[in-house]
Design a binder for this molecule. Structure first.
Ligand SMILES: *Cc1c(COP(=O)(O)O)cnc(C)c1O
Length: 354
């Protein structure tokens, strides 16, 4: 069957070369006569994968030795708990920005660890924009935000200046645009949105922020310091997702790095947003200034066209275009690996609807 145009929000499209090389490694890894899936994670072949998977993140993000890179299980959702457990001081409080279902999930878990203030929220308007007029002072142990809101298609364009540690859930836009990553003290991202298959989460931490909470007798598996001291092999790591993530990041590095990816992403997003704006039957979900480069949530103005549109995109070989179940409508996820040709197919289908 020919390859579909995959607009899925996650797990999602990866470079074709990554699928190919992953498949080869499952059959015979590095020509050693063994599958990647049947060797010890302590073997020299896999340790080399882990070392490079950690090193490439620092190269791509331009970060120095004051940062550590971890690959952990449990999804981004586990980080909703690990972040406060590791950096919210006993008796301290944290500031959170509420920009969607994922941000609200992080808030809910943090409240089980300590005091949380929601310093801004767009919940009243069904998360259709990013709140901007708030201040975060030094009375907080850290500030947590979600850079890209996968469901609503909103994205923080300018990060606030805060007087405390900066923590960001970048699950759905990591490595999609250039940022000064050294402005962040802790970044985490589930791999399955823009970086690799499901099953692993990237955590990037500035070392000096750890060990200051006064929390004693921590569960080892929830303690970043334990994972760091074991070079991200405290326990058996998810070897396959880490390997496929490394391949994706190598592909990114070999194709111009984040800067080139960002340029392609801007071109793709403009093509799609222009098509929506110029079409009388479609509109985006969120405020224009907060539009995401990664997830384009949109809807039909006239619902009677739904059957016609759905039939047209399906027959054009498009997959994964339905909106999140909490929002309805449509969502085109145009992650790094989605080619502009696929966006053009979608635009042509939209323009055929009248
Ligand atoms: C998908 C997503 C999550 C949840 O990720 P899991 O790996 O399924 O736990 C968290 N935050 C954001 C922004 C997401 O898009």
């Amino acid at each position: 069957m020919s390859k579909k145009h995959n607009f899925s929000a996650g797990p999602c499209i990866l470079p074709q070369e990554v699928f190919q090389k992953s498949a080869e490694a499952i059959l015979d890894f590095n020509g050693i006569g063994l599958s990647l899936l049947e060797i010890s994670h302590r073997s020299k072949d896999f340790v080399a994968v882990m070392d490079e998977a950690r090193a490439i993140v620092k190269r791509l993000m331009n970060l120095g030795d004051d940062y550590e890179v971890l690959y952990l299980g449990g999804g981004a959702s586990l980080q909703f708990a690990m972040v406060p457990y590791n950096i919210l001081k006993v008796g301290g409080k944290a500031a959170y920005l509420d920009t969607g279902v994922w941000a609200a999930g992080a808030i809910k878990e943090a409240k089980k660890v300590g005091e949380v203030d929601v310093v801004g929220s767009s919940k009243e308007d069904n998360y259709s924009y990013i709140p901007k007029d708030y201040k975060v002072g030094s009375e907080y142990d850290y500030f947590h935000c979600t850079s890209n809101n996968t469901i609503y298609g909103t994205q923080i364009k300018e990060f606030p200046k805060v007087d405390t540690l900066m923590v960001c859930d970048m699950s759905s836009d990591i490595f999609s645009r250039q940022l000064d990553f050294s402005k962040f003290d802790l970044i985490y991202a589930g791999a399955q949105k823009n970086m690799g298959p499901a099953g692993v989460t990237l955590v990037v931490i500035k070392k000096e922020i750890l060990g200051n909470t006064g929390r004693e007798n921590m569960f080892s598996i929830l303690d970043y310091s334990q994972h760091i001291s074991k070079e991200s092999m405290y326990n058996t790591p998810p070897v396959f997702p880490i390997f496929a993530t490394l391949l994706t990041l190598q592909h990114l590095e070999n194709n111009g790095g984040i800067a080139a990816a960002e340029e392609r992403n801007i071109t793709k997003a403009k093509l799609l947003y222009d098509a929506i704006d110029n079409h009388p039957l479609f509109e985006t979900y969120c405020h224009e200034e907060d539009r995401s480069l990664m997830n384009v949530s949109f809807k039909l103005i006239d619902d009677s066209k739904k059957e016609q549109f759905d039939a047209a995109w399906k027959s054009a070989g498009i997959s994964g275009l339905n909106g999140h179940r909490s929002l309805g409508g449509y969502r085109a996820s145009i992650y790094n690996a989605l080619p502009i040709e696929s966006v053009q197919v979608l635009v042509d289908v939209m323009n055929s609807i009248n």
